[in-house]
Design a protein around this ligand. Structure first.
Ligand code: HEM
Length: 236
């Protein structure tokens, strides 16, 4: 069921009945455009990278078509997602960047307790803000991976315009970024779809809202901050 976001004094009402707004529409669109284009890039890129994957390219019409699709999806991956930082309600995107580049002591504590959590146990860590240490690392891999894969991709696409030495470097940089992002994506997808505790986050990326229970259990510092902000904006 879609829930309409209300605002009061320009402040979005994030806690509605038993739900908490976690991601705006813009954030969800950019997440899914990035994720879908990433998988199209990965599939077509593997075909371009190795003859082992080339037979799979026949479902697209052959390696030449795969190459064209690879370049078109790269535009979605970079340009379309990049535009989301400037159109609609971009402040949510910028706030995400601000959050993930501010790695606190509590984030390190989360990261050191995370392996236990990942394998189904309960790690002991302090109250977490909107993004925990693990999510910040995933975000940083996504940001730096995207920057390196894009810059190296530009050099490979327009190779004649760049020095030979740079073009030679672009290939391993592109492949390494792809490996790192794929490894992070595998762990990330497991957490989003299958992990017994974390999969409750999925509704946040689908309709924007997570349950209050999830918010309290995983991000209580964030939940308590929103509650205070909302109380203040309703009073004023
Ligand atoms: C089927 C594929 C995917 C699923 C099911 C999925 C699911 C999710 C979910 C549920 C969240 C919200 C977590 C929260 O509430 O904090 C999220 C956030 C995020 N996703 Fe994905 N995602 C997928 C693919 C991807 C891919 C391919 C990338 C990167 C290329 C990506 C990058 C991110 C980032 C950076 C965040 C914010 C930080 C975080 O929560 O880890 N996602 N995703």
């Amino acid at each position: 069921m879609a829930i309409k976001m209300e605002t009061r004094n320009q402040v979005p009402i994030r806690i509605v009945e038993d739900k908490v707004l976690r991601f705006s529409k813009g954030e969800r669109i950019s997440h899914w455009v990035h994720a879908i284009s990433f998988f199209v890039l990965l599939f077509t890129g593997l075909g371009v990278l190795s003859t082992f994957f080339q037979p799979a390219m026949t479902i697209l019409g052959g390696i030449h078509v795969a190459r064209v699709i690879h370049r078109i999806s790269a535009l979605f991956f970079v340009v379309v997602v990049g535009l989301m930082f400037f159109i609609g309600n971009p402040r949510y995107h910028w706030r995400w960047i601000k959050f993930v580049f501010n790695f606190t002591k509590s984030d390190w504590q989360h990261v050191s307790a995370f392996p236990k959590e990942f394998f189904g146990g309960h790690g002991a860590y302090p109250e977490q803000e909107k993004y925990n240490g693990g999510e910040k690392i995933n975000s940083l891999i996504t940001i730096f991976g995207t920057v390196f894969i894009t810059l190296s991709g530009i050099v490979m696409w327009w190779a004649p315009f760049f020095p030979v030495g740079l073009v030679r470097w672009a290939y391993p940089v592109h492949d390494l970024s792809m490996f790192l992002m794929t490894a992070a994506a595998i762990g990330h997808i497991y957490l989003g779809l299958l992990h017994p505790d974390s999969k409750a986050a999925m509704s946040g990326m689908l309709n924007g809202y997570v349950s209050k229970e999830f918010a309290r259990a995983h991000h209580s510092a964030w939940y308590n901050r929103l509650k205070e902000e909302q109380k203040k904006s309703i009073k004023s």
